[in-house]
Design a protein around this ligand. Structure first.
Ligand SMILES: NC(=O)c1ccc[n+]([C@@H]2O[C@H](COP(=O)([O-])OP(=O)(O)OC[C@H]3O[C@@H](n4cnc5c(N)ncnc54)[C@H](OP(=O)(O)O)[C@@H]3O)[C@@H](O)[C@H]2O)c1
Length: 355
């Protein structure tokens, strides 16, 4: 198969770096374009980027010239797909203009995630929502389109919620998070604020978790998403961990499981039929891994499961207050919660012949 050419916007940031790293040996995609802000434009990528992820910068990209994040410049490259890792303040205008002009945009930025004709995809959970692409194109008259990656915490949370919802029915969900520093971007939280500390507030995060979850877990009826009839309430906190969001989750179930072992089986055997048989290269063989040790999952030990694409669930317990179960889920925020899911979405678009 001839590889499709792709670009990364905001390629010097933390999500951009993950994208560059994941695209380096990708069997379907060939990275041809990297963009960033004015301060990086014209420099070699290897000199402009402050590389912070564990795998070395792929040497073939070191000399690539960083281009401006400018629609005309991006169009000159004629790329098939653009991955956007731009700040939310500038993402919408650029992404919309690109889609209008025929480019397929897979975006990590939060604006437009809740627009009713924008697919918000966590492929194992709701790959069928990709159908909204056609709704979007006919409504907006664009030749390209925009697909959004969910908020990082939400991408991690909706994976275990989906099989629980299908098997038992879910009512209320209460989630309290411990979110890593990389979630705030490369220049994220100043060390003076976070060392020896926990910050019990993340701007806009709780609203995203509470609302995006209901869209992602919703059903597509007559080309519209009917939001899942669940109530999600979240409390989000920044902790001094580099990567990996840990979430403490309490779930009300409509039908009680016969045992906790059964819950564990339902989660660990979750093999979505949403992307079955598509052989998407970045899909983990097990999207949910269940650990039985009393002190797992832990960010440092478990975040790279499934190359960072699996979430790890542990401490599954019955809960008589919410009438259901409680557990911990951990996921890699810049992989499963951003770049990895973006690449998986792009693979889905290719498999569905939308690119
Ligand atoms: N970090 C996460 O875990 C995570 C998870 C999910 C979603 N997201 C979303 O993904 C996006 C990127 O996040 P991030 O954490 O990677 O942020 P980041 O580390 O701050 O990176 C931002 C990137 O955007 C570029 N940029 C900044 N201002 C620009 C401008 N005016 N014009 C063009 N490019 C500009 C930066 O280039 P320079 O280096 O040249 O400044 C850099 O490449 C955000 O929308 C964020 O909300 C992040």
């Amino acid at each position: 198969m001839t590889k499709l050419s792709v670009g990364v916007l905001g390629a010097t940031g933390i999500v951009g770096q993950r994208l560059v790293s994941m695209l380096a040996d990708h069997p379907w995609f060939n990275l041809q374009l990297v963009t960033a802000s004015e301060k990086s434009v014209g420099k070699k990528y290897g000199e402009a980027v402050n590389w912070v992820i564990e795998k070395p910068l792929p040497s073939k990209y070191y000399d690539m010239v960083v281009e401006p994040t400018n629609v005309d410049k991006i169009l000159e490259y004629g790329v098939d797909i653009v991955f956007s890792a731009l700040p939310s303040s500038i993402a919408p205008s650029i992404e919309v203009e690109l889609a209008r002009k025929g480019v397929v945009v897979v975006s990590n930025a939060s604006p437009m995630r809740m627009d009713e004709d924008i697919p918000l995809l966590n492929p194992e959970v709701n790959a069928d929502h990709v159908e909204l692409v056609e709704v979007q194109r006919s409504k907006r008259g664009w030749s390209g389109f925009i697909v959004k990656v969910p908020n990082c915490t939400t991408a991690i949370l909706t994976l275990p919620l989906k099989p629980l919802m299908d098997e038992y029915g879910v009512g209320k969900v209460i989630v309290s998070t411990m979110q890593s520093l990389s979630g705030a971007g490369l220049r994220g939280v100043p060390s003076m604020l976070i060392l020896d500390n926990i910050i019990p507030f993340i701007e806009g995060e709780e609203w995203k978790v509470e609302n995006e979850s209901r869209k992602i877990l919703g059903r597509l009826i007559n080309h519209r998403v009917k939001y899942a009839d669940i109530g999600v309430t979240a409390s989000c906190h920044r902790v001094m961990v580099l990567e990996g969001h840990l979430e403490s989750v309490f779930v009300e179930l409509h039908r009680m499981p016969s045992s906790l072992k059964e819950v564990s089986r339902v989660l660990s055997t979750f093999k979505t039929n949403k992307i079955k048989n598509l052989n998407l290269p970045s899909a983990p063989s097990k999207p949910i891994i269940v650990r039985t040790e009393k002190d797992r999952p832990q960010p440092r030990l478990d975040r790279m499961e499934g190359n960072g694409m699996s979430v790890v669930v542990g401490r599954i317990r019955a809960d008589n207050v919410v009438n259901g179960v409680k557990f911990i889920v951990l996921g890699h925020n810049t992989i499963r919660g951003a770049a990895g899911t973006a690449v998986l979405i792009a693979e889905l678009l290719v498999a569905k012949k939308l690119v």
